[in-house]
Design a protein around this ligand. Structure first.
Ligand code: SF4
Length: 330
């Protein structure tokens, strides 16, 4: 992932005006350039890294604002109907930025570390956004295979050649960003609540307060603290998936299934709340397998999309909190 983020920063090192498309990158003339970074999807996990990297490069950059009703509406209007809520929200952020920057960064992630796959929607994200926002040029849309160092280097080389970037400065910025990301607090572990639950789901559903309707605050108000998968070591997650007939190849699956199973088996939590996007295939499989493997254990699944009503969610959280309390008494 870091190499991927590294690439984002490289784009803005030089002052140039470019026309970019999937096949070709050409420099037109030397003028100031502004890069736009949509604040959706994996920005929620890698904000520290991206912000440090951009700062170190000292380039002009515009970030979108936090998700709100206006962003969501723009996303719903510009994205295909069948897409999940996080995709629609990402579209909304892209629409918000599209007329304010020279280059719009749309990550096209093909593979993650250890050859783990990511949701196919990430692979086609630039096409979806370009079609939905009607912005066909000035989009960074190279495919990224983060599991192969050679591919990443090739990608960087191609990009820096086309943009005339100084690779050394970018490398220094990259190293600083890695350090700052490494030192940053990741995930949540509330220790001061009577109950603690594993809050499972994708980072963009867990950390986007608008998308999840302030779920964490709601849980806190019922005396329920939260732990997220970042707080479980990778080797513990790996241990939990070893018994499966086939090694799961989805990154999000491993993180949620592995962490959930580990926390239940080691009696570190009172329940699981899974915040899931309506129509997400990876979530459907993860939820079913986790449910089957943990037996009789409190498990609340909250499905969200742009139509989800807050009152319904409140009722379900309240009922879940009651159940935790009853289990404690009995
Ligand atoms: S993994 Fe699920 S929630 Fe995430 S982008 Fe893909 S379909 Fe949407």
């Amino acid at each position: 992932m870091f190499f991927f983020l590294y690439i984002i920063g490289l784009v803005g090192i030089k002052s140039i005006s470019t026309v970019l498309n999937a096949e070709n990158v050409r420099i037109k003339e030397a003028v100031s350039i502004k890069i736009g970074i949509p604040g959706g999807l994996l920005y929620h996990r890698y904000a520290t890294f991206i912000n440090t990297f951009i700062n170190e490069l000292d380039i002009e950059c515009i970030f979108s604002i936090e998700t709100n009703r206006e962003i969501l509406d723009m996303g719903v209007n510009s994205c295909v109907n069948e897409a999940c809520l996080p995709m629609k929200i990402f579209h909304g952020h892209a629409v918000f930025l599209k007329n304010q920057c020279d280059l719009l960064w749309i990550p096209r992630i093909m593979k993650c570390k250890n050859s783990e796959s990511i949701c196919p929607k990430f692979c086609g994200l630039p096409e979806m956004v370009m079609s939905g926002t009607k912005r066909k040029e000035g989009v960074i849309d190279y495919p990224l295979y983060m599991d192969r160092k050679r591919e990443v280097r090739h990608y960087l080389k191609k990009l820096s050649e086309n943009l005339g970037c100084n690779e050394n400065k970018a490398l220094r910025a990259f190293k600083k960003a890695v350090i700052s990301y490494g030192q940053a607090e990741k995930g949540i572990w509330d220790k001061e609540y009577p109950f603690i639950i594993f809050l499972a789901g994708h980072p963009y559903n867990i950390y986007d307060k608008f998308a999840n309707m302030n779920l964490i605050d709601k849980l806190h108000s019922y005396g329920i603290g939260v732990i997220t998968e970042e707080q479980v070591f990778d080797n513990n997650k790996e241990e939990e998936i070893k018994h499966l007939m086939k090694r799961p190849y989805w990154l999000f699956y491993k993180n949620n299934y592995g962490a959930g199973k580990y926390l239940v088996r080691n009696q570190k939590i009172n329940g699981i709340v899974y915040i899931s996007s309506f129509s997400c295939g990876i979530d459907s499989i993860t939820i079913e397998m986790l449910k089957n493997d943990i037996g009789d254990f409190p498990f609340l699944i909250l499905k969200i999309d742009e139509h989800t009503g807050e009152a319904g969610m409140n009722t379900r959280i309240e009922a879940f909190a009651d159940m935790l309390e009853r289990r404690r008494i009995h």
